[in-house]
Write a protein that binds this ligand. Structure first.
Ligand SMILES: [Zn+2]
Length: 319
């Protein structure tokens, strides 16, 4: 058992229940949202997030990890409002979604300075609230490990070691950069079992996934319903294949759904990702996996125990 920071207070790891590990209540481009606020409607955004989270709750989900951080216009008060309105436990993140360069005020700061920002979010509160972060997010995309990305990954590692909260990453799976992330995190003394290598379900490259698994990392198959790197239709079969290969204890699942996101118009999203929602897994994917002969207990292990163990293992690593 370990105490986890949720947006509505501390929750025991044994009380998480079935969880989705990567869903966004809202993603916005901060420059656009602050300069042209008339393009946004907070009430509408809140309504959309609540609808999805309520639907997930009705499908049995009790906990959602929301990895929205700097770079995606994190608003922790917004996230808390969704949690309070729906009764679903939501765990917010600290960290940075920076794939190339840090913003100017942070570029000349060192790794420990960045780590202190994350630690403050975890121990004091996010955005001058008392709402604390429950995990740390960092990102590597097609640009690879740029000098600033390396600093952020090392800072995430140091914040993890100080606080015992786990790490979740964003990767560009085609570039296999989950391996680069593991290299850096392990150099900093992080156990791979405290790390979810995100977007690992975006590739058919089993050699790459086996390397991550054999190093004991956790795989985020976290874009069900989306066709990025792997079509939505093919994703359930990757999950099935990994379960049948005996890796179910290292798998975590989610949709990377965004209650709202300002990258596309809603109609566009519906046309390119008709299945994308916070209930696609429970409604479509899990019944398919069970129909293929996988025991319900295995799916419960993935959606309940693996999430719990990610947090508990990370907490053991506290220095
Ligand atoms: Zn995401």
């Amino acid at each position: 058992m370990t105490n986890i920071n949720s947006v509505t207070g501390t929750v025991d790891s044994s009380q998480l229940g079935p969880a989705l590990i990567h869903e966004h209540m809202r993603v916005r481009s901060v420059e656009v949202a602050t300069q042209f606020p008339h393009l946004y409607n907070r009430n509408e955004e809140l309504q959309l997030a609540k609808e999805q989270v309520l639907a997930a709750r009705n499908a049995g989900i009790q906990t959602i990890c929301d990895p929205t951080v700097m770079g995606q216009d994190r608003d922790v008060a917004f996230i808390r409002e969704v949690s309070e309105c729906t009764g679903v436990t939501i765990i917010a993140a600290t960290g940075m979604y920076t794939c190339q360069d840090l913003p100017e005020p942070l570029r000349r700061k060192n790794i420990d300075y960045l780590a202190e920002l994350f630690i403050r979010d975890i121990e004091v509160g996010i955005q001058n609230t008392e709402i604390k972060a429950g995990f740390i997010k960092c990102a590597t995309d097609a640009q690879g490990v740029t000098p600033d990305v390396e600093k952020i990954i090392r800072a995430a590692a140091r914040a993890h070691k100080r606080t015992g909260v786990p790490i979740m990453t964003h990767t560009h799976a085609a570039s296999k950069n989950g391996l680069d992330q593991l290299d850096l995190l392990e150099q900093e003394g992080v156990s791979a079992r405290a790390v979810i290598i995100g977007h690992s379900g975006d590739t058919h490259d089993m050699a790459y996934l086996s390397q991550l698994l054999n190093r004991e990392a956790l795989l985020g198959l976290d874009r069900f319903g989306l066709s990025i790197g792997m079509s939505s239709r093919e994703r359930p079969d990757l999950l099935l294949k990994l379960i049948q290969s005996g890796y179910h204890k290292q798998l975590l699942v989610s949709h990377d759904y965004c209650g709202s996101i300002d990258w596309w118009e809603r109609e566009e999203v519906l046309s390119f990702a008709p299945d994308w929602s916070m209930t696609h897994l429970t409604r479509d994917v899990c019944p398919y996996i069970i129909h293929q002969g996988v025991d319900q207990d295995i799916l419960s292990e993935i959606m309940v125990n693996n999430v719990r163990e990610w947090f508990e293992h990370a907490a053991k690593g506290t220095y």
